[in-house]
Design a protein around this ligand. Structure first.
Ligand code: PRX
Length: 649
């Protein structure tokens, strides 16, 4: 059944497979109320599951106007101790921490116990120390999806260094910008990565980045054995430098508010921002959300298909699962290699119980037909999750009916790099599900819908999604630019955290995310600032001006549509079209490759010279009837020629 908004309100009851789930509907109601009414006591209790060097006596201490966010402020702990050593000390050293499934299905699977994980993390930590890395130093991690990527993150956390992981698909230019922004002297990388049978030149990309910015040391993992250049004095093979390091490495005592990591993410303006997360709040948030959202039960195999280069990989491949002593699968490859059944083959091979992926992957696999799924025994699956972008009801149903055989829950988890962990989701065992809706707020989360004038919308309504109270996993700042943090998230609606998302709340209190309302587009679940693509385009000598917008794309959710004005005397051509696409790829990385370029002699602007993006979005969507008010245009003829250009494609 569809409602007036065309939304599918088909309700799915909690499946019987959820018997024994750790949170019933009554539990949720009680815990949610308590998290708001008795916030300090609630979070102090959640925090008790962790080992603290100093148990915090202050819990929440925050204000959104002026902005000041602190949790567990006088507490001290080490998150690596909690994710690794704690389980070994509790006699669970033989339990599996990680299962590594390589890109090549015939390659070697690695099974790493918590005891082995501890030894590996110590080896990495002592190697970093040998390079000179200490507490508070920034370490860039540019790695393939191999266990050593997780070791490097945990090793940094162990010695108090701040990790900044860069997705392996980013270009040398993007690496250089991030290394420079956080003044990171050290880089951990590998010779090459492997994805879908293709080699990714990680070390060569680092070399090219380091032509632009200095670094004291590069630690290189030998992974493919590919040919690379090592620069004397700067580059070190991990297997050589780690040889003979001590098997002991104490965990550094960290204050709860000491930085844990920086993760760069795109915004509506300027360069990517280094979102900073701190130690105590992030640990409690990822531990608690993983525990309840995925309803993890001891011995189960959990698989999140994200990459550690994104926040999903940080919170739900590394920290959340390991803090819970879970077994997490790490997959190096891609969903369609060697064939479109790879995800399901891996689920069958490793008897995966909990599977967490992105709608873009679900849509791409759905298109290939059911046989890829049905030929595998997926009876181990107990829970399916979705993250990264709105999931359309059609994809949700296929995921639920074909992958989950209609018998297991699908949870749609809404959150952001800045939120550290899941904010809105249905909880298995507690909530009915509605395909396309992220569901209800997690404990401690207070969503609010706000109109464009800042008015608070009550009940069933649609508006801009804000969060009115702090939660432990909230980002604390933008590295090196606190004003930008305040400006970006707390200035649009005073006293509230503004998510940048549009959202609808239905009469059952379910939230339906409708997508970004700012100049950020979501391409295959990856956030891309239109300004970033524009800056890359105008760096090309033939480009005079560029305006980039998102448009609906069947598989990617949104595609990248670029309006380009050339320099006087330069003419559009097929060659230039390909050259510009390659150019953006080189400047930012393959994920930013434009889907469509639209050459135009001019862009629609207001008389004060502001580009009218609203109109450009509509034209890219082929929605010419809804251009809205064009009376402020400096030259209305520009719009007509753009529509002509679109229709004559
Ligand atoms: O627009 C929302 C969308 O992804 C944005 C956050 O992107 P990022 O920081 O890269 O983190 C992605 C993984 C947590 C949000 O502002 N988004 C994320 N999850 C969902 C979503 N949109 C709808 N439904 C979701 N479940």
């Amino acid at each position: 059944m569809s409602d007036a908004h065309g939304h599918d309100e088909w309700v799915v009851r909690p499946a019987s497979a959820q018997d024994g789930a750790n949170c019933s509907a009554e539990d949720y109601a009680a815990l949610y109320s308590r998290s708001l009414d008795d916030t300090d006591a609630f979070w102090a209790e959640q925090a008790e599951r962790l080992d603290w060097i100093t148990v915090p006596s202050t819990i929440a201490d925050w204000s959104f106007d002026p902005v000041r966010i602190k949790w567990f402020e006088d507490g001290a702990l080490n998150i690596c101790h909690n994710a690794v050593d704690r389980h070994v000390e509790a006699g669970r050293g033989d339990a599996l921490a990680l299962i590594f499934e390589p890109d090549d299905p015939a390659g070697e699977v690695r099974r790493i116990t918590y005891a082995e994980l501890k030894a590996e993390v110590i080896r990495m930590a002592n190697t970093l120390k040998k390079l000179g890395v200490g507490k508070g130093d920034r370490v860039t991690i540019y790695m393939p999806m191999v266990p050593e990527g997780a070791y490097a993150m945990l090793a940094c956390a162990r010695i108090g260094a701040i990790h900044s992981v860069i997705f392996g698909g980013f270009s040398p230019e993007a690496i250089a910008g991030r290394v420079e922004d956080c003044r990171s002297d050290w880089i951990v990388t590998a010779d090459e990565g492997l994805r879908g049978g293709k080699r990714i030149p990680l070390k060569a990309n680092v070399d090219a980045a380091l032509e632009k910015v200095p670094a004291k040391g590069v630690l290189v993992l030998r992974h493919t054995g590919g040919d690379i250049t090592m620069r004397e004095g700067r580059d070190h093979w991990y297997h050589e430098l780690s040889d003979g390091v001590s098997a002991e490495c104490p965990c550094e005592e960290m204050n709860a508010e000491d930085p844990l990591f920086i993760l760069y993410t795109s915004g509506s303006t300027g360069k990517p921002k280094g979102v900073l997360h701190t130690t105590g709040g992030y640990a409690v948030w990822t531990e608690t959300t993983f525990r309840y959202v995925f309803d993890y039960r001891p011995g189960e195999v959990y698989w999140c298909t994200a990459d550690i280069g994104w926040v999903t990989g940080h919170s739900y491949i590394v920290y959340g699962p390991l803090l819970n002593g879970a077994t997490a699968l790490m997959f190096e490859g891609v969903p369609n290699y060697p064939d479109h059944d790879r995800f399901w083959a891996v689920c069958e091979k490793h008897k995966v119980n909990i599977f967490y992926t992105a709608p873009t992957a679900i849509r791409a696999l759905m298109r290939e037909g059911d046989s890829h799924v049905t030929k595998h025994d997926l009876s181990s699956l107990r829970l399916l999750g979705s993250v990264g972008e709105p999931i359309n009801p059609e994809a949700w149903r296929w995921y639920h009916d074909t992958v989950g055989k209609g018998a297991i829950p699908v949870i749609d988890t809404w959150w952001q790099t800045e939120t550290g962990g899941v904010m809105i989701t249905t909880l298995p065992g507690a909530h009915d599900m509605k395909p396309g809706s992220a569901g209800k707020p997690f404990f401690g989360v207070c969503p609010q819908l706000v109109g464009n004038e800042g008015e608070v919308l009550e009940g069933a309504a649609a508006g801009n999604l804000c969060i009115t109270r702090s939660w432990p996993g909230q980002a604390r700042t933008v590295y090196g630019d606190h004003d930008r943090f305040v400006q970006t998230y707390f200035s649009t609606y005073k006293g509230k955290y503004f998510t940048g998302d549009g959202c609808r709340r239905d009469s059952d209190g379910y939230y339906w995310i409708t997508g970004r309302v700012d100049d950020v587009i979501n391409v295959s679940g990856h956030r891309m600032g239109t300004a970033e693509v524009e800056s890359a385009l105008v760096l090309h000598p033939k480009v005079s001006e560029a305006a980039v917008v998102g448009y609906p794309h069947d598989i990617k959710g949104q595609g990248i549509y670029c309006y380009v004005t050339l320099m006087e005397g330069d003419e559009p051509s097929d060659d230039l079209y390909s050259e510009l696409r390659q150019w953006v790829r080189k400047e930012i990385g393959p994920i930013a490759t434009p889907d469509h370029l639209h050459f135009t002699p001019a862009l629609p602007k207001t008389r004060s010279g502001k580009i009218m993006r609203r109109i450009l979005r509509k034209i890219a969507e082929d929605d010419y009837g809804a251009l809205g008010d064009t009376s402020t245009l400096a030259d209305p003829g520009v719009v007509e020629s753009l529509i002509d250009g679109r229709q004559n494609r």
